[in-house]
Write a protein that binds this ligand. Structure first.
Ligand code: ADP
Length: 489
């Protein structure tokens, strides 16, 4: 099958979150299963400086954007260790910027225009490169217009007629909502500006657009697929989701096990597998304590956190409870993240108050993320919602016991320790129900008691997590099944 994967970010070119990981590892997994994916993404400044071999294709094109004609050109590269082509849309006026979607916490004011251009450029790429595409797989609000253009503008032409579109929701909270006049930028007829197509409470909603026009919808875990049908998690789109329920699948993200493999990770002080984890993981812990300038002590429990500092991730709850665990139990904390300036400030203040116990890096560093996954004893994700979450899977693979809130993909991957799950041998972490201080404190306490008092059970949790298969193989096969199902309709 020929699959065009349209995305606003992909590793190793540009990344702000999990979408970039998926955009690289799913196409590679599809290719390994004998299919022919191509990836199309914007040529951001970050991508052009990523050190990847990127060359011009030698094709220029123009796109109508409202009353302007905007020019772009195609660049070409490959996904790491693969033959999967990546086409990057060069348009410096839109993409030669420091951030992907925002700067210093403020969204670019022309985001709608930037992704109108990108969306049409993706469809033009098919024609310009004479691609024969069976499935057009789009992702999140940035590419939500693509299924609409396909249906409303391109379907007439033979090259596009047989294309099946699939739109994946990686995070329903980011919808790409713009004022209604931005409808003019899209060039689409106002007849589509209705509650059952592109309009959302008087505004233009690009995620909803993708959800209404695509032939099939997916989201990134089975649990999140259920959750978003309810008003609590649907961010106002429960009507749309219920309407499209029969076309919606929840497929768990996988892990790029070439990049996240403790047995061959060049970032670590010592590599390890299930046989050597209890000898070599402590070496990684010591190295992490040294790197983060925390007192080196093998016995001190070390909790790691990596991620966007956003309300979604529940970091505000963690900040509130850290003093208790430092003062009463001498727990060490290592936090890597960027995001909400207020949270960043509060975390910095904590680190200043507890220099012996709290170490913080307010930056984006893949290498440090790897060293935290390997060096921490526990990994905390108290998310208010979590479509899939990748870090808990990285933690399991690295023998770092996850402590998670029971939501979304965290439910599908982490089995909390209790008598029943211990007896069944399925427990691989700790989980709690309510995203509040008492839920979080309860789970941290359970984890600490187990870590300090029952090392045999702790080791069992580590081994269970490390021996599970979180690779893309099964998930990629499920995407293929869904593509086939849609194509046969
Ligand atoms: P989300 O997509 O909601 O941000 P995920 O858990 O799905 O969350 O994916 C986040 C990805 O981004 C993971 O690969 C994680 O390691 C990475 N990441 C997030 N923040 C940072 C950071 N500050 N430094 C390095 N990697 C980060």
């Amino acid at each position: 099958m020929n699959i065009l994967f349209a995305t606003s970010e992909a590793v190793p070119f540009a990344k702000t979150g999990g979408l970039a990981d998926v955009s690289s590892s799913l196409p590679r997994a599809l290719s390994q299963l004998g299919h022919q994916p191509v990836v199309v993404m914007p040529a951001y400044k970050q991508a052009l400086r990523s050190g990847q071999a990127i060359r011009p294709v030698g094709i220029d094109f123009s796109i109508p954007v409202w009353n302007k004609t905007v020019y772009g050109s195609l660049l070409e590269s490959r996904l790491t260790d693969s033959d999967v082509p990546v086409y990057l849309i060069l348009q410096d006026q839109y993409y030669d910027r420091d951030g992907l979607y925002n700067q210093n916490g403020t969204d670019y004011t022309d985001n709608c225009e930037r992704f109108v251009f990108f969306s049409r450029a993706v469809l033009e790429t098919i024609r310009l490169l004479s691609l024969e595409i069976d499935v057009l797989h789009t992702n999140d609000w940035q590419t939500g217009l693509i299924p609409a253009y396909l249906e409303a503008v391109y379907k007439e032409s033979p090259r596009y007629k047989k294309i099946t579109s699939v739109h994946t929701i990686h995070n329903l909270a980011y919808q790409g909502v713009f004022w209604h006049w931005d409808m003019c930028l899209t060039g689409l007829d106002w007849k589509y500006f209705t509650y059952d197509k592109m309009e959302f409470f008087g505004k233009l909603n690009l995620l909803k657009t993708g959800m209404m026009f695509a032939d099939g919808l997916t989201t990134v875990s089975p649990r999140y697929a259920q959750e978003i049908l309810s008003p609590e998690y649907s961010c106002g789109l429960e009507g749309v989701l219920r309407h499209r329920r029969k076309d919606l699948r929840g497929i768990l993200n996988g892990v790029d096990t070439d990049h996240w493999n403790p047995a061959a990770d060049p970032n670590l002080a010592a590599v390890y597998n299930t046989e050597t984890v209890f000898e070599n993981k402590p070496v990684c812990k010591q190295a992490l304590q040294e790197e983060m300038q925390l007192p080196v002590n093998a016995e001190t429990p070390l909790v790691g956190i990596v991620g966007r500092l956003a309300f979604q991730k529940g970091l505000d709850l963690v900040i509130d409870v850290i003093p208790r665990w430092v003062e009463e139990h001498n727990v060490q904390w290592v936090i890597l993240g960027t995001g909400d300036p207020k949270l960043e400030q509060r975390i910095e203040e904590l680190a200043a108050s507890y220099p012996q116990n709290v170490a913080v890096k307010l930056s984006f560093s893949d290498a440090v993320a790897h060293r935290i996954e390997a060096g921490a004893d526990m990994f905390l994700m108290p998310s208010r919602y979590e479509p899939c979450g990748l870090n808990q899977m990285y933690s399991l693979i690295y023998g770092t016991v996850p402590i998670v809130r029971e939501t979304g993909g965290l439910v599908d991957t982490v089995v909390g320790l209790n008598t029943e799950t211990f007896e069944k041998g399925t427990a691989n972490g700790f989980s709690f129900k309510d995203a509040d201080h008492s839920g979080l404190n309860w789970a941290i306490e359970q984890a600490l008691i187990c870590y300090r008092e029952t090392p045999g059970i702790w080791k069992q949790l580590v081994k269970t997590g490390m021996s599970q298969d979180w690779s893309w193989k099964q998930s990629a096969a499920r995407y293929l099944e869904f593509y086939e199902e849609l194509r046969s309709r």
